[in-house]
Write a protein that binds this ligand. Structure first.
Ligand code: NAD
Length: 483
């Protein structure tokens, strides 16, 4: 055992954030035409994935609510919103951004309760980056004419927006902010397991006094998503979710005049060369795959490490993983929280079992998992071959597959050997190598000596089965402007 392995392990006293801050209500309503009302679908209970206890009841939308929401969005589009000067629209976006900041603690605790993610992440990433998106696009609202979109850029119309459960508030912000900045109106559907922060965002939008119908939020499952996609009076669909559902939506919209952007799955390569600062790379690998329990479309789920440093790197990584604290998402010391749902946990288990069955070596640090709730220990597979399912399929969980390479060409070939193409990471001291790899990696985002950094001014999106269209930055406006 090395001297470093003997360094003391500190025990942390619990430091839980109070769940009172979330101001949980017994029930939540959908938001149509500027008013909250019970949906005509089922009333469902949303649960806390950390302990499986119900949090609140949500009256989900039914097909009639979709029709009402689209009609309200159309009226708002043709009425006040699309004709409003960009400078005025921008003021509403600034107001929403400030209100997200003001209610930041409440939103962070609510997000951690509904999703299972550690409060450290919801507080320091989800909520501030959501506010930053509104601030950023507020700034664009009166400058569209200078963005290279032609002399008189026009909005598209009514946008149907469907989002997943892994970053519920942040994905809502990514969708709503650019759409409104360009003068579109919106019907947004959060995922069925995480509706709460989107419904509180609807409260914020109501308090910001946006004209009725500009933003409508419908809780509901796949059938409500499909009804939004199929509605004749929707001009554009923006979808973030699985590749499987993205393909269904693309088939549905083929032959129609509706615009479509898809942000789908990923299987990113995080590539570590032998000249990389290994301690920093270890932090980047941990952030790449254990952030949000690995339930991140751009997660660095495949570690490609140069053979000459593989043993040293894996040794350091295992030591670091032994210090991760897994448990109560509301505890400020927690690094890894709960998996979002029983269904997602079952999928992670099935894929990790296939890894063992196909001959890879499985390792997890010693860690005690809570008895109730959906939990999965951070897991590393070594001895992985590119043919293994764990090297090819998106696990969407805290599971890292380690592969090795000898030359930059081999790293590139392995990294690009995937149907996905959302993100990648390169760790090296050589600037020229970073530029050369970035130019040849078939991925929408390439991080250099860092991973999982999000900024509203940077476009994000995929190649191949990771989808098309970009969110963020100037590029993110294109999806919401008519050409
Ligand atoms: P999912 O595709 O099952 O669901 C996403 C959303 O689509 C949910 O709101 C769901 O209710 C809705 N939906 C389901 N079936 C539908 C249908 N037939 N028509 C319309 N809407 C439908 O995905 P998920 O399991 O919720 O999310 C995980 C997936 O999302 C992962 O594969 C991940 O990679 C991907 N994701 C991608 C990004 C990105 O930016 N590229 C970001 C986050 C998540």
């Amino acid at each position: 055992m090395s001297a470093r392995a003997k360094s003391p392990v500190f025990e942390y006293a619990p430091a839980p954030e109070s769940r009172e801050i979330a101001r949980l209500k017994p029930s939540y309503q959908i938001f149509i035409d500027g008013r909250f009302r019970d949906g005509s679908g089922d009333a469902v209970k949303t649960i806390n994935p950390a302990d499986e206890q119900p949090l609140a009841e949500v009256a989900e939308a039914g097909p009639a609510d979709v029709a009402d929401a689209v009609a309200a969005a159309r009226r708002a589009y043709e009425g006040p919103w699309s004709a409003m000067p960009g400078k005025e629209r921008g003021k509403y976006l600034f107001r929403i951004a400030r209100a997200i900041q003001e209610r930041g603690r409440e939103l962070a605790v609510l997000e951690s309760l509904d999703n299972g993610k550690p409060i450290r992440e919801s507080r320091d990433v989800d909520v501030p980056v959501a506010a930053a998106h509104f601030f950023y696009y507020a700034g664009w609202a009166d400058k569209l004419g200078y963005g290279g979109f032609g002399p008189d850029p026009r909005p598209v119309g009514v946008a149907g927006q469907i989002i997943p459960w892994n970053f519920p508030l942040l994905m809502a912000a990514w969708k709503i902010a650019p759409a409104l900045a360009c003068g579109n109106t919106v019907v947004l559907k959060p995922a069925e397991t995480t509706p709460l922060t989107a419904l509180v965002l609807a409260e914020i939008i109501a308090e910001a006094e946006l004209p009725a119908g500009v933003v409508n939020v419908l809780a509901g499952g796949p059938a409500i998503g499909a009804a939004i996609v199929e509605h004749d009076d929707v001009d554009k669909i923006a979808f973030t979710g699985s590749t499987e559902v993205g393909k269904i939506i693309q088939r549905t919209l083929a032959g129609t005049s509706k615009r479509l952007s898809l942000e789908l799955g990923g299987k990113a390569a995080n590539i570590v060369f032998d000249d990389a600062p290994l301690d920093q790379a270890v932090e980047g690998i941990v952030n790449g795959i254990f952030f949000n329990q690995g339930q991140v479309c751009c997660a660095g789920s495949r570690l490609l490490v140069q053979e000459s440093v593989a043993d040293e790197l894996i040794d350091s990584l295992q030591r670091r993983l032994a210090t991760l604290r897994v448990g109560d998402p509301l505890d400020k010391n927690t690094d890894v929280g709960a998996i979002n749902s029983a269904a997602q946990l079952a999928r992670i288990r099935e894929l990790t079992e296939s890894g063992v069955a196909e001959g890879a070596t499985r390792w997890s640090p010693p860690c005690e998992l809570p008895e109730r709730g959906f939990w999965f220990a951070p897991t590393v597979f070594t001895g992985v071959s590119p043919a293994h399912r764990i090297a090819r399929e998106e696990i969407f969980g805290p599971v890292l597959s380690v592969l090795t390479f000898r030359t930059p060409a081999e790293a590139l070939e392995k990294a690009n050997n995937t149907p996905y193409g959302l993100s990648a990471g390169v760790w090296t001291e050589k600037g020229s190598r970073i530029l050369s790899m970035a130019a040849q990696l078939r991925a929408g985002v390439v991080w250099a000596n860092t991973f999982n950094r999000f900024d509203p001014s940077a476009p994000f999106g995929g190649y191949k089965e990771s989808g098309f269209g970009r969110e963020g930055g100037r590029h993110g406006l294109e999806a919401y402007l008519a050409h």
